[in-house]
Design a protein around this ligand. Structure first.
Ligand SMILES: [Zn+2]
Length: 253
């Protein structure tokens, strides 16, 4: 039985001489494993459809262990991502996020549309990568079901307080009265709080005019990474470690 769905290649590895095993995030079925036979052959029809970031209409059929590609029509290769090292590195993080936080064959259309939009915006981005990534993370974790709670203290419900932190465990801000009972917390000041709120509700393609201090965004990005890892029960993102080591060596940025 053949089925048609949009999908984005989020992972690839070589199988035997000329084939590839892909992880594709599809609109209809969520994350699936796909065997692309002969994708490494120089004359393969599938070369463009089986590269990382590539966004296609796939006609798939299901075998015992894998899906197989009957036909694929490219919608967007997001080629410009490959032309810039920052885009590649942050793009790899977007793909890894999807890979690590989704179970197989569990559809999440909002996440699919967010990834598609994220890759579109990223493919035109030349600066302010951290602002893009932070905004993406806030939306991503929200669509995964853990939207940060910013209206009042997530523990006691108080809504007027001057000192607060972000509780990784509870996924929201907490007041100074509740600091002691919530062990896993990160410091936040008013600027960080306001920035988080603004970026949470601003569309990805509308952030370019927002002026936000870099250090505020880096601190919030660190909190979001810790928060996301906690919620998806993982230890680290390889793509971010790679990004960090390249920066430490003066390579990127
Ligand atoms: Zn409280």
């Amino acid at each position: 039985m053949q089925t048609k769905t949009e999908g984005i290649v989020i992972k690839e590895f070589r199988f035997r001489e000329t084939s590839k095993i892909l992880t594709i995030f599809t609109k209809k079925y969520g994350k699936v494993h796909v065997m692309a036979r002969g994708a490494y052959k120089p004359k393969s029809q599938l070369i463009a459809n089986t590269q990382l970031f590539s966004y296609n209409d796939y006609y798939l059929y299901k075998g015992r262990n894998f899906y197989y590609i009957n036909q694929a029509d490219i919608i967007d290769s997001f080629y410009p991502i490959r032309e810039n090292i920052n885009r590649v590195m942050y793009g790899s993080y977007l793909l890894e996020l999807v890979d690590l936080s989704n179970l197989e064959e569990e559809a999440n259309e909002r996440l699919f549309l967010l990834l598609k939009k994220g890759l579109m915006v990223l493919s035109k981005l030349d600066k302010d990568f951290i602002k893009f990534i932070l905004t993406y993370e806030l939306k991503y974790i929200s669509f995964l079901g853990y939207k940060p709670y910013l209206d009042r203290c997530v523990v006691c419900g108080r809504d007027k307080f001057s000192q607060f932190k972000f509780s990784i465990e509870q996924g929201g801000i907490i007041c100074s009265n509740c600091f002691s009972i919530e062990p896993l917390c990160e410091n936040m000041d008013l600027t960080m709080y306001k920035t988080m709120k603004t970026l949470l509700y601003t569309p990805l393609d509308k952030i370019s005019s927002l002026e936000i201090p870099k250090d505020v965004m880096f601190k919030l990005h660190e909190i979001m990474v810790e928060y996301i890892l906690n919620k998806i029960d993982r230890k680290k993102f390889n793509s971010l470690n790679m990004l960090k080591s390249m920066k430490d060596n003066g390579g990127v940025y």
